[in-house]
Design a protein. Structure first.
Length: 316
């Protein structure tokens, strides 16, 4: 038994920061940001929590699935930005929605939703009940707004999917590759290091190393999935990729021989929402009616850890 995607939902905060907004306090420009990343604007939570956004996205996914929260057997949330160490975001969502089921978080950075989906397969197999899978981030709270190499990239938002018993998912593998260079990290607050001095938890990233990792790993992961299923480039209808950088996807397109127009991109409007990226893209495409019954859809992501993943499903 595999799984079917029964419904999708997402939420993007109302507040928007454009590249022009960064020009007011950083040595940067719309042209500089757009050329290097493809990003034109991003959404900022502005006081909303991961739980609040997740409840909205979850209700939208449940509505499409024709289910209520009482039908859900497990809630799994993927995030690196929980406002609390305890309880988990999933447990906060459970409490807010009045659910009575298992609930836990996973942290695999931008690959988090894919790891959560992998876990969901096991729960569906064991319990034969639908699982609510959430990817959510409030990355704006972890930005050093004086660091133009990071603060222009990351953004806030939530995506969710309800999955249940079915046969749509044909392939799903997740990977971890030791980040020996510490190329992407968010240090914890009050962790007792540095002689007990508390430091703000800002994102630190070696962009060049992440770029090299992603441009190498995304084509490898997708090609491995295609080989496992005996798929050729022309068999692929859509690539649903993590939205980090347009140039990474352009390189993946060339190396895989899959036309760039099959790589759906919303990074210009949304930025990098880490674990929320893939489910936000999936819901956007779903709501636009881009997925057709029988479409072969490849989902690919990469992130801190270093982590990566690839899934292949037949859309129903």
């Amino acid at each position: 038994m595999s799984i079917d995607i029964l419904g999708t939902g997402s939420y993007l905060p109302e507040k928007i920061m454009t590249n022009a907004d960064f020009e007011k306090f950083l040595d940067t420009s719309d042209e500089w940001i757009t050329t290097r990343t493809g990003i034109k604007q991003r959404h900022i939570a502005d006081g909303m929590t991961n739980c609040e956004m997740s409840v909205i996205a979850a209700n939208r996914a449940l509505a499409e699935a024709g289910l209520t929260i009482n039908d859900i057997g497990t809630i799994i949330a993927a995030s690196v930005t929980n406002e609390m160490d305890v309880p988990s975001i999933a447990s906060q969502v459970q409490r807010a929605m009045g659910a009575s089921c298992a609930a836990f978080d996973v942290n695999a950075a931008c690959t988090g939703f894919m790891y959560a989906l992998k876990a969901a397969v096991g729960f569906v197999l064991q319990d034969n009940k639908p699982v609510l899978v959430i990817g959510t981030e409030v990355l704006s709270r972890f930005m050093d707004w004086t660091d133009r190499s990071t603060c222009i990239l990351f953004a806030d938002g939530t995506g969710a999917a309800v999955v249940g018993p079915g046969d749509s998912l044909k392939y799903l593998e997740v990977y971890a590759h030791p980040d020996t260079g510490h190329s992407l990290e968010i240090p914890g607050i009050n962790n007792g290091l540095n002689e007990g001095v508390s430091k703000f938890s800002y994102v630190s990233m070696n962009g060049k190393e992440i770029y090299k990792f992603a441009t190498r790993q995304v084509p490898l992961d997708v090609q491995k999935a295609m080989d496992a299923l005996n798929l050729k480039p022309e068999d692929i209808d859509w690539i649903v990729p993590h939205q980090a950088n347009v140039r990474i996807l352009e390189i993946a397109s060339k190396r895989l021989g899959i036309p760039l127009e099959k790589f759906y991109m919303n990074i210009a409007d949304v930025g990098n929402t880490s674990a929320a990226s893939v489910p936000i893209v999936m819901d956007e495409m779903n709501k636009k009616g881009l997925f057709k019954a029988g479409d072969t859809v490849v989902i690919t992501a990469f992130g801190g850890g270093l982590t990566s993943a690839c899934a292949v499903l037949t859309w129903k």
